[in-house]
Design a binder for this molecule. Structure first.
Ligand SMILES: Nc1nc2c(ncn2[C@@H]2O[C@H](COP(=O)(O)OP(=O)(O)OP(=O)(O)O)[C@@H](O)[C@H]2O)c(=O)[nH]1
Ligand SMILES: [Mg+2]
Length: 258
């Protein structure tokens, strides 16, 4: 009488359910086939598990690059350009895309954060382990790029305590140069102006709201002068790209320097 081990039971079950008997009549061959099937199933499961843990960052040692910005800016298109070196048709993201892959022969864990306002809070769950942040805007859509939502999102990144403490480099990509896209200079002037207005508004609100509100407020740049990207505590660079046309050289160079 053979001992009843879980492997024996599983092999017996597979022999009963799969048409293994049609392949060979020899008992030992059947057993080998059953064991092979079990091994393949276990291996596939382990592979799946290691991919899951690696992309979730639990066991990944790769540095994390976070791609964020407003909706429809081209973040997911950019993510696939980095991952597959090809253009891929995208749809508004509901969840983040995360994977670890090689960029310029170095492994990076790349996170593409969905632009919808309901997903923005997730920025704080990635910021503690960031190597770099890439903020993408649609350079052909001034109203989206300079909307209060986009300006406030960028404001929060520029004043994030973790970003400042660890000097996490931030690259702002003005995307869609293949269309009627604003220049880096124009973007810089308009965005710095909008950030200064947002700073004034926040400071007025904080004073009105609470007596100690001003102390709790995050400070953008020096309080005695206008904020500029050059004077930012978070190192900022601005560049133009076209994620659709695969013209993303400035981003690749930025990543190479990390
Ligand atoms: N012309 C042009 N279109 C682009 C470019 N990059 C992205 N797009 C298009 O812009 C649209 C939005 O691109 P996505 O990559 O899905 O935008 P997203 O930032 O991920 O948007 P959310 O997931 O909603 O946050 C798609 O139709 C893209 O094909 C570009 O460089 N040029
Ligand atoms: Mg997307």
């Amino acid at each position: 009488m053979k001992p009843e081990t879980p492997l024996n039971t599983l092999a017996h079950y597979i022999l009963q359910t799969l048409p293994v008997h049609q392949l060979t009549s020899d008992e030992s061959h059947k057993k080998i086939i059953a064991i092979l099937i079990i091994a393949i199933v276990i291996l596939s499961f382990l592979l799946f598990l290691s991919k899951l843990l690696s992309s979730s960052g639990i066991v990944s040692k790769a540095d994390t690059i976070l791609i964020c910005g407003p909706q429809n800016a081209g973040k997911t298109t950019l993510y696939y350009q980095l991952k597959q070196d090809a253009f891929r048709e995208t749809y508004a993201s509901m969840m983040e895309n995360i994977d670890t892959f090689l960029i310029d022969s170095r492994p990076f864990r790349v996170v593409d954060l969905a632009g919808h306002i309901s997903r923005r809070h997730l920025f704080s769950s990635y910021v503690t382990r960031l190597k770099a942040c890439v903020f993408v805007v649609d350079g052909s859509d001034e109203s989206s790029t300079l909307s209060a939502q986009t300006v406030n999102f960028l404001f929060d990144i520029l004043t994030d305590p973790q970003m400042i403490r660890r000097s996490v480099p931030l690259l702002i990509c003005v995307n869609k140069t293949d269309q009627n896209c604003m220049s880096v200079d124009k973007f810089t002037i308009l965005m710095e102006n909008a950030l200064n207005k947002a700073r004034d508004l926040r400071s007025t609100m904080a004073i009105l709201k609470a007596k100690d509100g001003e102390e709790n407020m995050r400070q953008l740049g020096n309080s005695d002068g206008d904020f500029t990207f050059r004077s930012s505590q978070v190192p900022v660079e601005v560049c133009q790209i076209s994620a659709k046309e695969q013209s993303i050289q400035p981003l690749r160079k930025f990543i190479t320097r990390l």
